[in-house]
Design a binder for this molecule. Structure first.
Ligand SMILES: [Zn+2]
Length: 408
């Protein structure tokens, strides 16, 4: 009998999508204060904002990103307060005022417009900032971490959200109490640094065991993020230390771990942003941190026991809690063309750890496994039987599904 020849179509799917190019090198940025009259910042304060944001991003990126910022004096761009949320008209007025003074705004990688907040004309309650593509508008919110936050959006970073649960759960879009991609001043978290291409690949937790996670504020040779993949998505685990952009942090925040769930990307103002959701300590007893001696449980999926905090790293014990087998798959009618048999199947969504792979057998012989829901094989003419078992990440196996077919 001829050997069965197998073509694995799923190799690319197992490797994951290609990483986006890193945000690194020099980013030429200009800060442009624009006004109809009031000038609430001195030139030195504008320079201080530019330097503060550049310093934050240089540290957050482990020195890979250098924001080179020019600043302009206040430009008189309006006769009266403009519509404070209309970034396009503000950009156009600022561009006209800038080119009249010989500044080439289109030549910059990022443009940051600083606009005084005018309570009488601005319909929004309070200062704010927003980013559209490569243009950033800061209205009254003149803080270095705000500019770093908006530049973070321009790199594809979403908000550092937080889920708080009592009897029900609510999602706070800006709820992370430490992260600059929320309303705080602390360092970008490891998922954000990974999205920007600054952090080495995180350590996946797939088998039960003990692990360490080091701080992520400064470079390290130890793992700086751990990731558990489940049916609900990727859980990212990190530990903050009072170093780098987190130098001012104190208390329980720097003694345990944070756990956050990577969210689906959202489209916003010409940008694709990936948010994250802090889910550790849902009841908020310890400011969203799981301390040594405590555990984080993703019900029906996995448990993390926080063992200790030594030097700048935290010890963690990981195990799966998922004891539920995936549902049996439904195999579609195989289609044969030019000697290649196209196998495909439908699977019920799995909860808990989530399906990791499908094991495919042909005529009682294991022919391969794939994370996709399809596989091409070549085989001889005649009758055959295909059988498929779904296996979840915790090792639970579904009942085998089988289907007979004939290659003519
Ligand atoms: Zn934002």
């Amino acid at each position: 009998m001829r050997r069965l020849v197998l073509a694995l179509v799923a190799a690319a799917a197992l490797a994951g999508p290609p990483a986006a190019p890193a945000i690194e090198g020099q980013l030429r940025t200009v800060l442009i204060p624009v006004t109809w009259g009031p000038q609430p910042l001195t030139d030195a304060q504008v320079r201080g904002l530019a330097d503060g944001a550049a310093s934050f991003l240089h540290t957050a990126s482990f020195g890979r990103l250098t924001v080179v910022t020019d600043t302009t004096p206040w430009l008189h761009a309006f006769d009266a307060p403009p519509t404070c949320t209309n970034i396009r008209s503000i950009r156009d007025a600022a561009g006209a005022a800038a080119s009249a003074t010989g500044i080439d705004l289109p030549g910059y990688n990022r443009r940051v417009y600083l606009l005084p907040y005018d309570v009488a004309s601005c319909q929004l309650l309070g200062t704010f900032a927003l980013t559209v593509g490569r243009d950033i508008l800061v209205v009254g919110r003149f803080r270095a971490e705000t500019i770093a936050h908006e530049l973070g959006h321009s790199f594809g970073l979403g908000h550092a959200r937080r889920e708080l649960c009592t009897s029900t759960c609510t999602l706070d879009e800006y709820g992370d109490p430490r992260d600059a991609m929320a309303n705080a001043a602390g360092d970008f978290n490891p998922l954000e640094k990974s999205l920007a291409g600054w952090l080495p690949a995180p350590t996946p937790l797939a088998e039960a065991g003990d692990f360490v996670v080091d701080q992520f504020e400064v470079p390290s040779t130890l793992p700086q993020a751990l990731v558990v993949s489940t049916a609900a998505g990727e859980y990212w685990i990190d530990h903050r230390e009072p170093l780098g952009n987190d130098a001012a942090l104190t208390g329980p925040a720097v003694d345990g771990i944070e756990v956050r769930l990577r969210a689906e990307p959202v489209l916003s103002a010409a940008l694709t942003l990936t948010p994250s959701t802090l889910v550790s300590d849902r009841q908020d007893r310890t400011a969203g941190v799981v301390l040594p001696g405590a555990s984080f449980v993703a019900p029906g999926a996995f448990q993390l026991d926080v063992l200790d905090h030594v030097d700048t790293h935290v010890g963690i014990r990981f195990r799966w809690l998922d004891r539920t087998a995936p549902r049996q798959v439904q195999i579609a009618r195989p289609r044969a063309t030019r000697g290649i048999v196209h196998l495909s199947w439908r699977a019920s969504p799995d909860s808990g750890s989530g399906v990791f792979r499908y094991e495919v057998s042909l005529d009682g012989r294991r022919t391969g496994s794939t994370s996709a829901k399809a596989l091409d094989v070549t085989t001889r003419t005649g009758p055959h039987v295909v059988a498929i078992v779904a296996v979840d990440r915790a090792g639970n196996r579904s009942r085998s599904a089988s289907r007979r077919f004939i290659v003519g």
